[in-house]
Design a protein around this ligand. Sequence first.
Ligand code: LRH
Ligand code: MN
Length: 385
Amino acid sequence: MTDIKAALRAQHIETPSWAYGNSGTRFKVFAQKGVPRDPYEKLADAAQVHAYTGIAPTVALHIPWDKVDDYADLARHAGELGVGIGAINSNVFQDDDYMLGSVTHPSAGVRRKATDHLLECVDIMDATGSDTLKLWFSDGINYPGQDDIRARQDRLAESLSEVYDRLGEGQRFLLEYKLFEPAFYATDVPDWGTAYAHCVKLGPKAQVVVDTGHHAPGTNIEFIVAFLLREGKLGGFDFNSRFYADDDLMVGAADPFQLFRIMYEVVRGGGFDPETGVAFMLDQCHNIEPKIPGQIRSVMNVQEATAKALLVDRDALAAAQSEGDVLGANAVFMDAYNTDVRPLLAELRTELGLAPDPMAAYAKSGYFEKIAAERVGGQQAGWGA
Ligand code: LRH
Ligand code: MN
């Protein structure tokens, strides 16, 4: 049990700054009381999640949603709050010029503008001490013939190569894929294979990020995780869950068993070994639920799935697998999944000097009432640039 606790103590989950702002769908973005008005307030809220879970010490930024005059000062502020700046997320999906694409756009001028934004994000990595750039492209086409699918890949490769060459010592970028939306016929980075192929061509500083909401229904995501880990190309996760499409719901809420299977492949593939450098990031939107408790619950869901994955009796599993004992092997797997790990995690938190129940402790803290009272006026943060 000590090793399991040691692994759980070392767990590091990164929360996304945009989860603390207002978010919604094309139908409505519901504003909530106490929502941050700037990146400084977002960091303060993220620090609450770390304070009550003990395992969420970094915050991913999204540019320009988290644009500030002095990024070094923002990083200093994060440090004072007991957190750090994690991945820098680029945004080439909200500018009118990107209607027909960004780095894949037919116009060289638009491609230049998009690539310059990606390079600016590397400057922000330098200023904040972040070592990870996360690249997601909404680029794609809506109708057959709209543009040349192969030419768009050439344009993408050209931009990625320029950004790759700009990366400094110890820096890397993670390329994110997504099956569809906002493009509805062909997306330029639609699946893990496309992302993997571009990253292999570029080199060791380019890895793939698996957003758990970006696959076709029925996709075996843990297979992709096992494969990418084996290749040393799993850079990280954008954790969330979904019932239908890219719903960005709380990770583990829609399918806790899938999350367990994914975390088992992480354990089995050495994904928790620090040198593997897998980033465990959340990428979610709390459209109707309170945001900080939503993040705390999400971190706990990953922690519970991880604890269960670490509980799999690997020797018994290997024995049953080598004997072709199908039901025996499955039973070993399900025993771990069906284990209630909440007492173990409550004990671990107590040992870490934390309250055994983070949700109850946060609710009792009065922090929400404080920010709801203080954060009146100003422009609440959201997805609007
Ligand atoms: C795209 C995505 C990407 C982010 C955005 C907030 O769907 O998953 O990771 O840039 O959400
Ligand atoms: Mn994502």
